[in-house]
Each structure stands twice: as C-alpha cells, then as structure tokens.
Design a protein around this ligand. Structure first.
Ligand code: CO
Ligand code: ZN
Length: 329
C-alpha cells in the first residue's frame, strides 16, 4: 500500500491535467471492477455491479498547483493559483510542468512593504530562462505546474506533497481490491478538479445518480500549534465527518459508520471542520439530494509540499470503507 501511495503522490496532476494519474489508477483497479469510463469533465468512473441501492464513493485525483498568467521580458513567469495555494507555502518550492520543465518559486519584494506577508502576485517562477523568448520555448500562458515534494516515511508517519487526495485515492483502490462480498451497486469515482470548487464531483453525481454517497478526503487537525481548535488528531483513527463548510453528513450514514467502527474495533474520531469542503458538499446537493457521508484522513500541513499523515489512520479508513460496503447501505 505504501508503494502505491508513493507512486500516486509523485505523479504531478494539477487540476485539469489528471490523465497520468488515471492511467496509474486504471492499471490497479481494472481486474476488480466491471466497467471503467472517463466522462466529459475528466472523472474516472469505475462500476462494480450489484443489485442493491446505488452507492457512489468519491476521491479526487487533482492536486493544487500554479498556472502561468504572464511571462516577463526577463523570462520570469507570473502565476496564479490552481486551488488553495498560499504564497508562504509556495515560496522557494520547486514546481514541475507537464512537459518536464522545472522551476523555482521566488519573491519579487519591490512593492512589498518590509515585514509584510507576500501575496501570490508578489511571486514569480524562475525556470532558468533569461529572456521572454527563451522562456516561451518551454512554457506557454495557461500551462500549469504541480509542486514537488518527495514521499518519505518515518515510523507511522508518511510525508509527501499531494497526500490531498492521493491518500483518499489509495483508500478507494485498496477498498476495491479488498471487498469480499457486496450487494450495493457500487460506483467508485476518481473525481476531477475538486480543488477548483468540487467541479468533477458535481457532474459525476448527476451521471451516477446515487442513492447514497461517501467521499474520502484529507482533513485538518488541531494537534499542532496555532489558532485552530479542532478535535481531530493524527493517529486518532479514521475521521467520520459530521460537518464542514460545504456539507452536513446525513444522520443515517454517520450512524452506520459509527456502528461499524464500534463493532469492528476500527479506531475512529468525529470531525467538525469549520473551514474547508470536499466532494460530498457537491454530491449531497445533486439531483433531489443524496444522503451522504465522508471518511476523512487526518492530515497536517495540508496544501504544502510536506503534508503528513499517520499510516494507521489510512488503514482505519480502508477498513471502514470495506466494512461499509460488505455490510451494505
Ligand atoms: Co485540497
Ligand atoms: Zn482534498
């Protein structure tokens, strides 16, 4: 499982450029599902047939990144954000474009007052070009780049870029592989462009038209210094989401998840995330409304090149998803 997590985190797939990650996922799940398709918005949808209620599982394949808006006469790239990128997290990180061009995010402090926090508009990406013409040979306006951040483990901790949401993708893939029996008609959707506002999930929910839905994504933790007071902590188990800013879990799904965790002895905790959202936010409002839940993986330093999870929480999330399917909704 860790090998797979490493492989998936290291594939650059900023929102809208998710084909490479599709290929890797397809390879893993093809022997275990009945059909795989890609829809118009770039969602990878795997169907495992069953006679019961239709259940949609979702994990997003995209990651945050940068998009080129302007190239200066000195060959430096001005950029905008793809998803929730903060200037502080981005500064002095390495980025990689789809064609392999690498760059370093740097700061133009000409217009920045001393001691003030930089904004994205103060940053530029240096690809080692010295003129606009030279830069344009490698990069075009609108090209997107992902941050670099190697995968490593230490004890129970795993650190990498893009654990948001490749950790969720791994939960879905492992779940697909481990299911022994099921009655629900199962749709596993690897959703596109979540970081741009839950875009893929919105379209996929319309296509799948599920009776129930469960998203799997990372969530923040309150166990590091800072102003965030939140009960979720690393190593506390799979987080059963109750609320975030886009979503309220359906009592039936929340209760079903809790019962299963208690029965099977799966470590779990409850999550109320005051700021942030995920695919279930879009899915539960689709059609006439879909009773939905969300399994979260507690993660420190989300949207940085060094996101951190506890591998035991990931395992708990897989056990919960597998048990939910085997017991049925
Ligand atoms: Co995210
Ligand atoms: Zn996410």
């Amino acid at each position: 499982m860790l090998k797979l997590l490493e492989k998936l985190t290291q594939i650059p797939a900023p929102s809208g450029s998710e084909e490479r990650i599709h290929n890797a996922i397809r390879e893993e799940i093809a022997p275990f599902v009945d059909e795989i398709s890609v829809d118009a918005l770039g969602n990878l949808i795997a169907h495992k047939k069953g006679n019961g209620a239709r259940v949609m599982f979702a994990a997003h394949t995209d990651e945050i990144g940068l998009i080129v808006t302007f190239i200066t006469d000195k060959g430096l790239l001005k950029v905008s954000n793809l998803g929730g990128v903060s200037a502080i997290n981005a500064l002095y990180q390495r980025v990689c474009f789809a064609n392999g061009t690498e760059g370093v995010v740097s700061l133009d402090n000409t217009n920045l007052e001393d001691g003030k926090t930089p904004r994205l508009s103060d940053l530029y990406v240096d690809i080692g070009a010295s003129t606009q013409e030279e830069a344009e040979k490698k990069v075009c306006i609108g090209d997107t780049a992902a941050f670099s951040g190697k995968f490593s483990t230490q004890g129970n901790m795993a650190v990498s870029k893009a654990l948001d949401d490749r950790a969720g993708c791994v939960v879905l893939i492992e779940t697909i592989k481990q299911i022994k029996s099921h009655t629900n008609d199962l749709y596993f959707v690897f959703t596109a462009s979540e970081e741009l506002g839950l875009r893929g999930a919105k379209a996929a929910a319309f296509t799948v038209n599920p009776d129930y839905a469960v998203a799997i994504d990372v969530t923040r933790t309150g166990d590091v210094p800072g102003k965030l007071e939140m009960a979720v902590r690393l190593g506390g188990g799979a987080a059963i989401k109750i609320k975030d800013s886009s979503f309220m879990a359906h009592p039936y799904i929340k209760q079903r998840m809790t019962e299963i965790c208690e029965e099977k002895g799966i470590p779990h905790q409850f999550e109320v995330l005051e700021q942030g959202g995920t695919d279930s936010g879009a899915i539960h409002l689709s059609g006439g409304g879909v009773p939905s839940g969300c399994i979260s993986i507690p993660t420190r330093y989300i949207h940085s090149p060094a996101e951190m999870i506890d591998i035991r929480d990931l395992e708990a999330a897989i056990r919960l998803a597998v048990s939910l399917i085997e017991k049925g909704l």
